[in-house]
Ligand binder design. Structure first.
Ligand code: CTP
Ligand code: K
Ligand code: MG
Length: 181
């Protein structure tokens, strides 16, 4: 498979996992998931993980997967190779897994003494991949095996941190995010 083709497929397949974090930034606020609870002298998750942000982020990812599924035949035709359409469970695994990964990362940040908004290089850029891919493999196994070949997974692991850093710097410069990571 040509490298450019692999990159396009990887990006397309991951879009429902990329959008939730950004949507959560825009839609976040309100009641924190941990309800303000602490474990020891630290918060369990912190004020940066809210019910509204999580729900809207997941919804945005699933909605995008639906749109991509509608335009997939046209896109595949125009590209000259097939890009994925999304089964409902694949959409849920990618979007929900991305939010879950972000929440688990915050848990690890609090446990390791990092305040809300502190950076955790590596984890910040890949937390949502680490959970969304296994969850999707579990929920939509055949779909996952069809699209997430070893080549696609390798491209995802390289492409995701680059995209993550770029979008977060843009969001920070636009005043949408408090930190550029
Ligand atoms: N957000 C949210 N719910 C989520 C994820 C994000 O409401 N599940 C919103 C919050 O307003 C959060 C912002 O998006 O402050 C930025 O997200 P993120 O960088 O993940 O959170 P941080 O505030 O940096 O907190 P943490 O240190 O826990 O990552
Ligand atoms: K994060
Ligand atoms: Mg942050």
């Amino acid at each position: 498979m040509a490298i450019l083709e692999t990159i396009v497929i990887a990006f397309w397949a991951m879009l429902p996992a990329y959008v939730p974090n950004n949507a959560a930034v825009l839609a976040g606020g309100g009641r924190p998931i941990d309800g303000g609870r602490t474990w020891g002298d630290r918060r369990v998750l912190g004020d940066g993980k809210t019910w509204r942000g999580t729900a809207m982020g997941t919804l945005a990812g699933v909605a995008l997967a639906a749109v991509l599924t509608v335009i997939e035949p046209t896109a595949s035709d125009a590209l000259g190779f097939a890009v994925p359409s999304f089964e409902p469970l694949a959409a849920l695994g990618l979007a929900g897994g991305a939010m879950l990964g972000d929440i688990l990362a915050s848990f690890l940040k609090r446990r390791s003494g990092r305040q809300r908004g502190a950076m955790f290089p590596g984890l910040d850029q890949l937390d949502f991949v680490v959970v969304s891919l296994p969850l999707t493999a579990l929920l939509a196994t055949e779909w996952f095996q069809t699209w997430f070949t070893l080549e696609v997974i390798l491209v995802v692991v390289v492409l995701t941190p680059i995209l993550h850093v770029t979008t977060n710097v843009i969001a920070y410069k636009l005043g949408l995010k408090n930190e550029p990571w």
